[in-house]
Design a protein around this ligand. Structure first.
Ligand SMILES: NC(=O)c1ccc[n+]([C@@H]2O[C@H](COP(=O)([O-])OP(=O)(O)OC[C@H]3O[C@@H](n4cnc5c(N)ncnc54)[C@H](O)[C@@H]3O)[C@@H](O)[C@H]2O)c1
Length: 256
């Protein structure tokens, strides 16, 4: 590694971020674009990315929104194909799509269960597979999965979500091992509670927020940028010898 090289510079790279319209996905798309990458926005509803497209254009990077409900294999294949056809390569994948509302275990329905697994596990696996095929040919790539602290510690009334995020961490290790010969790094980040449109409803409840903050030694919930910057690190040359890791971004929740 050249000492004068900016190891966070992503110029010439192309990054696909799933569920990029808002929250952590949006922050990741902006952070990677600001670092120099051209961006493919994977969107459950393509039209939801209009504002973000404009924001990314302002960074001077090229951006392509693609239709991609990650629970549909057909949409994954079509979206990845469109991105690859447009840019000719995909260097970075951020598997951000993830769902899971609080639900006591005794009340979880088969529909809840199937939908959560379809996005968090099946989606993460098959987007990785489709992009992985391109990265294998390129003999280079960086995959960053958005896991959760819920993959390491149990959270009450979130059994299905916790189970899937533990699965994301282990899938991260499996793919890291399998694709290491192709110079593909596969890592994950595991955030604590971060205020996003998805968590706003709960974190706006003062009692809930207080109960969460009490569990976080740093005493506060996260900001989306505090996830996006570690994702940038793992997607960059700075993390070239790191693979199979899940990086906790939890203000210390899981150290106790
Ligand atoms: N916010 C947190 O506190 C927190 C903490 C730990 C981990 N995470 C993880 O971070 C990721 C993003 O969370 P967030 O809070 O920013 O999300 P959010 O709930 O604010 O947004 C979710 C996004 O996912 C998209 N989406 C839902 N189903 C989809 C599908 N089938 N295909 C494609 N896109 C789909 C939605 O359109 C939306 O844009 C998730 O994987 C989540 O599990 C979030």
């Amino acid at each position: 590694m050249n000492q004068n090289q900016n190891v966070y510079d992503l110029s010439g790279k192309v990054a696909l971020i799933t569920a990029a319209a808002r929250g952590i996905g949006k922050a990741c798309a902006i952070a990677l674009a600001e670092a120099g990458a051209d961006i493919i926005l994977g969107l459950r509803q393509k039209e939801s990315g209009k504002e973000l497209v404009e924001l990314i254009r302002k960074t001077g990077r090229e951006v392509l929104p693609v239709q991609m409900d990650v629970s549909s294999l057909a949409e994954i294949k079509a979206g990845v194909k469109e991105g690859q056809a447009h840019f000719g390569r995909i260097d970075i994948l951020v598997n951000n799509a993830g769902i899971g509302a609080p639900n006591p275990a005794e009340e979880v329905t088969e529909k809840d269960f199937d939908e959560t697994l379809a996005v968090n596990l099946k989606g993460t696996f098959f987007v990785s597979q489709e992009v992985g095929k391109i990265m294998i040919k390129q003999k280079a790539g960086k995959i960053v999965n958005i896991g959760s602290q819920a993959g390491s510690v149990a959270l009450s009334s979130e059994s299905v979500y916790c189970m899937t995020k533990a699965g994301v961490s282990h899938l991260t290790r499996c793919l890291a091992l399998e694709w290491a010969p192709y110079n593909i790094n596969v890592n994950a980040v595991a955030p604590t509670f971060v205020k996003t449109p998805g968590t706003k409803k709960w974190l706006d409840d003062p009692a809930f927020l207080e109960s969460v903050k009490e569990r976080i030694p740093l005493g506060r919930v996260g900001h989306t940028d505090e996830v996006a910057q570690p994702v940038l690190f793992l997607a960059s040359q700075a993390a070239s010898l790191i693979t199979g890791e899940t990086l906790m971004i939890d203000g210390g929740w899981t150290i106790q």
